[in-house]
Design a protein around this ligand. Sequence first.
Ligand code: GDP
Ligand code: IMO
Ligand code: MG
Length: 430
Amino acid sequence: MSAVVVVGTQWGDEGKGKVVDVLTEKADYVVRFQGGNNAGHTLVINKKKHILHLVPSGVFREHTTCVIGNGVVVDPEVLIGEIEELKKEGIKVGPDKLLISEKAHTIMPYHKALDMARENKAKGRKIGTTCRGIGPCYEDKVARKGFRLVELTYPDHFKEKLRVVLEEKNFILKYLDAEPLNFDEIYEKYVEYGKYLKEYLTDVSLALWNAKRQGKNILFEGAQGTFLDIDHGTYPYVTSSNTVAGNACCGVGLGPKEIDMVLGIVKAYTTRVGEGPFPTELKDEMGEFLRERGGEFGATTGRPRRCGWLDLVLVKTAVRLSGINAIAITKLDVLSGLDSIKLCVGYETNGKRLESIPAAFWELGNVTPVYEEFKGWKEDLSSVKSFEELPQGAKDYLKFIEEYLGVPIYMISTGPERENYLLLKEPFSA
Ligand code: GDP
Ligand code: IMO
Ligand code: MG
């Protein structure tokens, strides 16, 4: 019995979905605790690609229960669409398979409209959001103007509150040169969503508490990555939730003692979508090589991802911020064929080594990365079955990462398919 939290250690898209799908073989529950459909988690099973935005990546395993915690912001239209799509593929996603917190907040049409209108008006100060309404929804939650999903199931209450809230939103939309939204349309649609989702809504905290006491294995599936965290990321170029492992507790309603282990997902190089500082970014052919070879195009928005060398300064900070006990390295196969590979092991400003990551984004944007260079390898890694079988260059690269971070590698992912991985140690038994 244990609870493992999986978190991204970079700027998202580390391959969390793939790792969660693999580890779910041993999990009874797979739980999303923050973020919303800004996430795009890709699973490749029997050559078929699935991209999940809200439903946890454990859904393809028959024995698992999927959970959406109170810390998630839910766009009901997207969630219902995802459920229906999965059902069409013959995947069971009824209320016994998917538990959704009654307290999770609802992404409303004006959240999406505000997100888009702000990005359009921001010109040079754009964040490069996914325009899914994530930030405005979390804002309303904190401002106590949001709608918990359960509120959609009380039409009279919903109607009265929506009238007041929408008046203010339409005023702001007008200021942002966007069209105001129609009350009746929203009301009617969202009451229908409430009817659809009602049987899925439950007390997630209680369900997970009981599961833990029954000796079940629980896997928490982080979305985004450490440096998109609202507090610890490259603010303001971040998302609007805490992405670090500690939020797994708040995001479902359990105490910190319930977490047994934290697995950090580390992509073998770095990517970022949207704006913001990125010290190891490669704007040359090498960056293009990583993007093409790694298929680095957003799973949610299709935007090309910015690419660069692995930044261990970031990852080591992520180890501290989330209490990471072990890591999974993903996309190691993408580096095959390179003559040499670089790893960032420090930052300098004006010739002076920095002790920690500057909190002002413009300062982080101006640091000079300090690199260690490694000899590459040519071999294809997809059929490698043990650490010993890896090419020497790959072994040296991985050993250095382990030593620098001070945490062991439990898993190495060598391709997008479910089968492409080496499990050095099973996290649930750790
Ligand atoms: P997530 O948001 O962290 O779940 O990651 P995404 O799904 O957005 O992006 C990861 C991409 O890399 C997806 O296209 C995966 O199919 C793919 N992927 C995951 N692990 C590996 C791997 O080890 N090798 C390769 N080549 N692709 C991988
Ligand atoms: P997964 O879970 C990568 C980025 C956006 C933007 C910033 C804020 O697939 O790793 P938001 O819409 O959240 O307000 O956008 O955060 N972003 C992600 N980047 N992977 C994600 O999720 C992301 N979710 C949000 O590109 O820079
Ligand atoms: Mg993604």
